[in-house]
Design a protein around this ligand. Structure first.
Ligand code: R5P
Length: 301
């Protein structure tokens, strides 16, 4: 087998390679003056099982094209199998037509990947599980929840509850609450479709008074959802707030917003390289062992 890294998350790819005790595949990624991307696969891939790791993080349009062109370059040398490892599947939030006239971007990205063709996909905490069904090729959909559960257990919290910041995240929160044997609280969030990236909390369903609230979410983008949720939970009597968010996008002023919010600890995974150095209150857990295990299974190691 051979593992290549796209340009989005070389650190995570290196950690996976280290766990597997393999050297990363040699490749060159250059961009012409007009922005056109030219990948060059410098390894012999004939008859090999080839993995390319690329998170579809910002700039996601560039990262998706780079992944597709790298895949094409590999396929032209007759690999046995080509697998995309997409730790963060950008464009997943448009998983349905929220309004008439909009695109279903998650479906478009899935189609592009399978048409190339990549033979399989490994991804983590999709915004919506149903996106797996957008692919006709096998998808290994991993969950960061056991990794978060382990980190939370180390914090020896008492009187804690797991909170879903919106109705769409209830299943995720339920799964984490079962792992930690804690009750669940659900918040109702409303997004303003006319104002991008804006949301507000409507109500909190469940008992939060005097408890440590563990908010679990898939994506932390502007930080608005979790900052609003933390504020409402505090006003409702929560003693402290911890957030676990798999994909730490931390777009724009997100880090500042979270620092100013009542969030005591922000735990994210390493699916995305943060745009800025993370301050002290921010913890990061690695999902490299999770990915390495999935790679081992597919490669038959
Ligand atoms: C939305 O449904 C997602 O699960 C996240 O809650 C959302 O993407 C977070 O975005 P932001 O950080 O911009 O509020």
């Amino acid at each position: 087998m051979i593992l290549f890294s796209g340009s989005s998350n070389g650190e995570l790819t290196q950690k996976v390679a280290d766990i597997l005790s393999i050297k990363l595949g040699e490749r060159e990624l250059i961009r012409f003056a007009d922005g056109e991307c030219r990948p060059w696969i410098k390894e012999e891939v004939r008859d090999k099982t080839v993995f390319i790791l690329q998170s579809l993080s910002d700039p996601m349009d560039e990262h998706i094209i780079e992944l597709l062109l790298m895949g094409d370059a590999v396929l032209r040398s007759a690999p046995r199998k080509l697998i995309a490892i997409i730790p963060y599947f950008g464009y997943a939030r448009q998983d349905k037509q929220h309004r008439r006239g909009e695109s279903v971007s998650a479906r478009v990205i899935a189609k592009m990947i399978e048409v190339l063709p990549f033979h399989e996909v490994i991804t983590i905490d999709l915004h919506n599980d149903a996106i797996v069904g957008f692919f006709r090729i096998p998808v290994t959909h991993l969950s960061a929840l056991p990794v978060f559960a382990k980190r939370l257990a180390e914090l020896s919290l008492n009187r804690a509850v797991v909170v879903s910041p919106d109705v769409g995240g209830v299943k995720r929160a339920r799964n984490l609450s079962q792992m930690l044997d804690l009750p669940i609280v659900v918040m109702e969030k409303k997004r303003n479709l006319d104002q991008k990236d804006e949301s507000e909390v409507y109500q909190i369903i469940g008992d939060i008074k005097g408890k440590t609230a563990i908010i679990i979410d898939d994506i932390i983008s502007t930080g608005g959802t979790i900052a609003n949720a933390a504020q409402s939970l505090k006003e409702a009597g929560a003693s402290s707030v911890i957030v676990c968010g798999t994909h730490g996008v931390f777009a724009g002023e997100a880090i500042e917003k979270i620092k100013k919010s009542p969030i005591d600890i922000m735990i994210s995974a390493d699916t995305i390289v943060p745009p800025h150095r993370l301050p002290e209150r921010f913890h990061q857990v690695t999902l490299a062992p999770l990915i390495a295990n999935a790679v081992k299974k597919i490669a038959g190691m």
